[in-house]
Write a protein that binds this ligand. Sequence first.
Ligand SMILES: [Zn+2]
Length: 281
Amino acid sequence: MFRKSWVILVFLILIGCLAVGTAGQNAAPIDSTVVESVGTWMDTLPEWDGTYRRIRVPILMYHYVSEPPEASDDTRITLSVTPDMFRAHMQYLFDGGYNPISLYQLIDALRTGAALPVKPVVLTFDDGYTDHFSTVYPVLHQFGFTGTIFVITGAPDNSAPGYLSWPQIAEMAESSISMENHTRDHIDLRNQDYDTLVYQLLGAQESLLAYTGRTPHFVAYPMGFYDEGTLEILRTMPVWGALTTQFGALHTTDRALEMSRVRISNETNVAALAALLQTDS
Ligand SMILES: [Zn+2]
């Protein structure tokens, strides 16, 4: 009798866990340690099985993770999270059972229904600043988290001060970080002619491939700007997803070129991050 009730109890707990885990997302929850089929990069777009899916995954958007120098302008200040605050954010995710995933895992889930870990989140870092190597990279490594850095490839091409170098980019690409496309020169992609769009988007693809050995498959629109002409070019490229700066955490199979994100600013303390992670939009 004792044994029978024990089995029933375990069964009920399992059902309870499943019910909680499936709330708000289509992918079945499984232990994060089991999800190894898709890593931080792959070169074959998962074949779509014909099912449209809607999955809630907050894609956090960071820029600088460093103390703004004295006399910084408002943009630099607003776009900066201090290293201490960044560590506190990652600690919060770790303690809260969040599981940072790659955009490759997200696209796989949207197209094939591949399972995602519980409480998935994507960590993105725009522009490719040196602090992404000196601070973000070791902190992510410490927590065992993956992240995605959107590189403005003209910056390392010109050894621009304050930006990542190609060797740093190549080293991170070899580890658990996805190095993706943020165009060559960070221009407004609206109302541009074909040649300019190809130069900016395909040029950045080719540079990243040349230095990392991997074709990037994701783009972040500079300043969040894009138009129909931008989308048309992207559809002819091996780009599987593109990220806007529009607020939201819901992603659908048919809107992969217009994925929303959750902006992190200098005012995003841990309590604010906790609230942002709960967004239902
Ligand atoms: Zn940018």
